[in-house]
Design a protein around this ligand. Sequence first.
Ligand code: MGD
Ligand code: MGD
Ligand code: MO
Length: 772
Amino acid sequence: MARQAPRTDPAQDSPRVEPPQHAAAGIPALLHTTQMATAQMGTARAVRTLLQLNQPDGFDCPGCAWPEPEQTHTAEFCENGAKAVAEEATLRTVGPEFFAEHPVAELAGRSGYWLGQQGRLTTPMLLDEDATHYRPVSWEQALQLVADELKALASPDQAAFYTSGRTSNEAAFVYQLFARRLGTNNLPDCSNMCHESSGSALTETLGVGKGSVHLKDLYQADLIIVAGQNPGTNHPRMLSALERAKRAGATIVSVNPLPEAGLERFKNPQTPKGLVGGGTKLTDQFLQIRLGGDLALFRALNLLLLEAEEKEPGTVLDRDFIEEHCLGFEEFAAEARERTSWDEVVAATGLTETEIRELGGRVLASEKIIVCWAMGLTQHRHSVPTIREVVNFLLLRGNVGRPGAGVCPVRGHSNVQGDRTMGIFERPSDAFLDALGKEFHFEPPRHHGLDVVDTIRGMRDGKVKVFFAMGGNFVAATPDTEVTEEAIRRTRLTVHVSTKLNRSHVVTGARALILPTLGRTDSDRQATGPQQVTVEDSMGMVHASRGRLKPPAKDLMSEVAIVCRLARLTLGPRDTVPWEDFAASYATIRARIARVIPGFDDYNEKIKAPGGFALPHAPRDKRQFPTATGKANFTVNTLTAPEVPEGRLLLQTLRSHDQYNTTVYGLDDRYRGIHDGRRVVLLHPDDIAAHGLTEGQYVDLVGEWDDGVERRAPHFRVVGYPTARGCAAAYYPETNVLVPLDSTAETSNTPTSKSVVVRLEPDSGASGSAEG
Ligand SMILES: Nc1nc2c(c(=O)[nH]1)N[C@H]1C(S)=C(S)[C@@H](COP(=O)(O)OP(=O)(O)OC[C@H]3O[C@@H](n4cnc5c(=O)[nH]c(N)nc54)[C@H](O)[C@@H]3O)O[C@H]1N2
Ligand SMILES: Nc1nc2c(c(=O)[nH]1)N[C@H]1C(S)=C(S)[C@@H](COP(=O)(O)OP(=O)(O)OC[C@H]3O[C@@H](n4cnc5c(=O)[nH]c(N)nc54)[C@H](O)[C@@H]3O)O[C@H]1N2
Ligand SMILES: [Mo]
């Protein structure tokens, strides 16, 4: 059996390649920002908008979840934040005329880049069964149609309600409440593909599935390890924090198969030195690890710590902390001592023992340690054990729950963490459901719902018939593109609440609706006046966000309003939830959140403070660990790493500098030296030679996995790149066709997007339709 990815626009197929860069930001970043912003918005709107970004009275940057520093510069924005804003605040629009002109079949042949560039959605659009074009419908008709479909289901579990992480706390809360009033916990979200492995590992070991540090901890740390993360592109404001940490004396170690420019050197565009000088060198030690080698690395570090303690008892481990707060130390220590072979570690990591011992020395010299990570750690089969081993590493020296130390999973979407706090989760705790049920006088469903992968399986098997998405681009973001698209096509109805056009609008169920909505930058006026929303950043700070721009169309509804109207139509006039009040005033939603979710007391008051408020975090605040055992748990993790058969490579699917997940802003990946195209595969020059290839040649990436299905992504230009040996890299979503639906992380069920076994074959020359 063979599956093949659709091709991109031929115009995007001829990338230009230059040597990679060694520093991030600086003047080119400012120039790039200005160009993109003015192209989308015009000069006046661009300046006005960017000045409100991340200001106390402005809107929260829709870019990433990195927190705002307490003292905001006049222009606390970064290149990629500005691009995210420009993408949303664009003056271009797609209205009914556009859909009349372009049949869905034609749009399905366009690249994701092209679709996104068309502009903001303005009107509810319906694709009737067997119709060739979307046609405009009224809000009333659109929402009634969804309500009728939902009411006609044999069981509420035949519907799934997806969330992408830009949705505000208020919208997320009413959305999950609606799903649960209906009777289902089918609330898959982008987190299932993102930091689910972090959540699983941290909940089990520390009792809270979130990071345990604040920004000020970074400034106090002695050692910051950044593993599996590319902040220069994906969290650019983190570079200012690392620069400040560095100035305060921190050592920074980066663990990555790629030498990412942003971690090497940072030219802070906010300082004169950053603009004209050489910038700040950030990384003190770069460990060029093989994909999936991190469990072995942290295991080896743990062994080194245990050995050092044996040599000089009482000087290395934090015995008091371990005794008072932890469980499972002996079992963990036995596993580490008895089952860590250096040969295995070296093979798994691709590092030398000397390099690892050098890092071990830095660890011993550091009182306060923080480990930051992102997708490089979370999207492997053994991601949960890897992150548990990171926790073991930190627990050994008491690096949790004191200043300057802790775990720092760096979240992606700007409110993905808040959405989870609000109950967007297919496996909610009983405590949460109890509180929700009590507040709104109903019995919430207790059986677990479907996550992303299981939702796809459910649609494929005909069990899920209505797919509703609050934002995101489900078909492009999820694995096994062909399987997913086929699964979506089997549903009765797909509904997307969206700001911009994307592939999920053109690969649809029997009927499809596009419901255009307000974005973060738009002013949101409801019956009681202008509304603000709230979001939670990666460090558990909650703050308000208020858009000021004139929305792109007159009758756009907010996400909150859409959910509340739909809920009323579906659940009837006598429902126990005051949906109209919620839609009229978001403060009334916050008042209820305050009564249901711990940490939100006086919610409406607390968000008046500039910068907002911090949610409680027991391990950080009190060294209390609300795990199943009531203690911080050491864990025993079997040392393992991805197996790559002879003649094959391990492929990671990652982001370019000019994209936001499936939204492609442009065709350059400036820091890596790739221009005017995205179909590249980065390979170590020795691997190029070993595979009998030449640089510049075009190849197909052919995925190999246990199920024997051959998955093919055609036509990628071979680029020689300083990646780790045996480890290839190519951009997502073009490569999602290669990620098998059933290849997921243990426990978290996250697709293994960072370890795909591939072989390379000469370009098949196949052509097809588009994604890219
Ligand atoms: N501009 C921009 N900002 C974004 C996004 C975006 O697309 N564009 N996406 C947002 C979202 S949702 C998220 S989740 C984050 C993602 O932020 P990142 O996790 O930084 O995103 P990726 O591009 O997937 O990069 C993964 C990094 O991990 C490295 N890596 C891969 N595999 C391994 C491994 O096995 N071990 C180690 N040690 N390193 C590895 C890669 O070389 C790369 O540097 O960014 C958020 N911010
Ligand atoms: N192979 C591979 N696959 C991956 C990953 C990977 O590294 N490799 N990363 C995974 C990760 S970490 C994530 S988080 C997912 C991302 O998955 P998603 O969150 O589903 O994808 P996005 O591309 O962020 O969604 C973009 C769309 O959201 C809509 N949108 C933007 N802003 C708003 C808003 O304010 N409201 C509403 N209603 N809609 C809005 C727009 O229509 C836009 O087209 O992808 C995952 N997939
Ligand atoms: Mo993400």
